[in-house]
Ligand binder design. Structure first.
Ligand code: HEM
Length: 421
């Protein structure tokens, strides 16, 4: 099979690099082979061709499912998300699930959660100690998991929260992630993971069963009620709920940890955020998601020959926009490694250049909601604290599961800030 050039190392070696030095691998491959280039990892059943120029990205996101199929490229997520997760379905079942999931995370229904997100953010900040270095990633994971549990299930359940974190934490340490990636399903490391997932399932199925009683009591509507009303089997419902809980908090927590890591090194941005200007806060959120995209790829499986530059990709391989590389193309983003929210003040970014939420019919269902969470947490933080870095050098992008998060957990030192009269 003739594919664009790429590293010649065996898939197992590329998998280890994909896990241990993901951004190095992406930058090095783009510099050495140009675009498109091909990577081979054990996370996918076939080689993956990466692209980042806006024209090709647009064609990938606009391609119909008879040509490129999104769900078929995310099988790495199946052990946790389940086979009928929206991340894995395609065609009509996928669109049906999207129709159910989009409304609760947009418009008035999203706005109804803004005040409780702000209140949870304040409660989290109450725990920060002045002058004491803090790993923001685990704090933000707890916060965003609490938010999504409320939105999806109507109430946070501490046991379910702990079980979800326990399962996801198994995909966060490098040695463990390498072991899981190289070991066959059914081997001891996988059995441990499956055990953790079974614990999540048991708690979730109970939460689903008691939901009827909560509705009868007159509890406010939650996303799960919409999902139940669509009449899925219990297994399908489980997959949708787990997907929302995982996709809906891990990514946002990573983005928040990056925001705090960047702000601690850019005090002038914090000072300007304090003016309370919504447009500047929005530009800051966009710049965080540009410079540190939590997800680096949005793969699609080729089902009918697909042209990329001079190449025709055959069915069976994957093609993916690379969000990380798209966000650092110097001709699109002058001085791409500089953290500069101002670059977003002149209006919306041109299409197919700024891609933290992917695109097309699979664009992130929670993009608006996540943006709202980022706004509310940043608003609360700058009202109360100055942030200092614990070290001068910024943190590296480190893989935790599918996300790329700060290597040292997004450490910042909260300092007291008093409004000058
Ligand atoms: C900063 C936070 C977030 C980032 C960076 C992010 C990013 C992404 C990306 C890149 C995709 C894949 C899009 C594609 O393949 O084109 C995705 C899909 C998805 N995200 Fe998010 N996400 C975030 C927060 C959320 C939240 C809060 C929710 C929960 C409501 C959510 C729910 C989903 C769902 C359900 C999908 C699958 C959509 C589909 O396949 O149709 N995400 N997200």
């Amino acid at each position: 099979m003739r594919l664009p050039p790429g590293p010649a190392a065996p898939a197992a070696v590329q998998t280890i690099e994909w896990i241990a030095r993901p951004t190095d691998l992406l930058r090095r491959s783009a510099a050495r082979y140009g675009e498109p280039f091909t990577l081979r990892t054990l996370w996918a059943d076939a080689p993956m061709v990466l692209v980042s120029d806006p024209e090709t990205v647009k064609r990938v996101y606009a391609a119909p499912e008879e040509s490129l199929r999104g769900g078929a490229s995310s099988t790495v997520l199946e052990p946790f998300a389940g086979p009928s997760s929206i991340l894995l379905t395609s065609g009509e079942p996928h669109m049906r699930q999207r129709k159910l999931m989009l409304p609760p995370f947009h418009g008035d229904r999203m706005e109804a959660h803004r005040a409780s997100v702000a209140a949870l953010a304040e409660a989290e900040l109450d725990r920060w100690e002045i002058g004491r270095p803090l790993r923001t990633l685990p704090r933000m994971q707890e916060l965003t998991l609490d938010v999504i549990l409320r939105v999806v299930l109507g109430a946070p359940d501490p046991r379910l929260r702990a079980a979800i974190r326990a399962a996801l934490d198994m995909t966060q340490s490098l040695p463990r992630l390498v072991t899981l990636s190289l070991a066959p399903r059914g081997s001891p490391p996988w059995r441990q993971f499956e055990h953790a997932v079974a614990r999540v399932d048991a708690l979730l199925r109970t939460a689903i069963r008691v939901r009827g009683a909560a509705v009868a009591r007159g509890d406010p509507r939650a996303v799960i009620d919409d999902l139940i009303a669509a009449g899925p089997s219990e297994d399908e419902l489980r997959d949708q709920v787990v997907t929302l809980l995982a996709a809906g908090h891990e990514t946002t927590a990573g983005a928040l940890a990056w925001a705090l890591e960047r702000l601690a090194r850019h005090p002038h941005v914090v000072a300007r955020l304090r003016d309370g200007d919504d447009a500047y806060r929005d530009a800051t959120v966009k710049e965080v998601l540009r410079i540190r995209p939590v997800l680096s790829i949005t793969p699609r499986k080729v089902v009918a020959p697909f042209a990329v530059g001079d190449w025709t990709l055959p069915p069976g391989v994957h093609v993916t926009p690379c969000l990380y590389l798209a966000h650092r193309r110097p001709e699109l983003w002058p001085d791409p490694t500089a953290f500069r929210p101002e670059r977003f003040l002149d209006g919306a970014p041109a299409p197919y250049r700024w891609l933290p939420f992917g695109g097309g019919v699979r664009r992130c269902a929670g993009a608006a909601f996540a943006t709202m969470e980022l706004h509310e947490v940043l608003r609360a933080v700058v009202r109360r604290f100055d942030l200092a870095p614990d070290r001068r050098d910024g943190e590296r992008m480190r893989r935790r599961g599918v996300t790329l998060t700060p290597s040292r957990g997004g450490r910042v030192v909260p300092l007291a800030w008093h409004r000058t009269p």
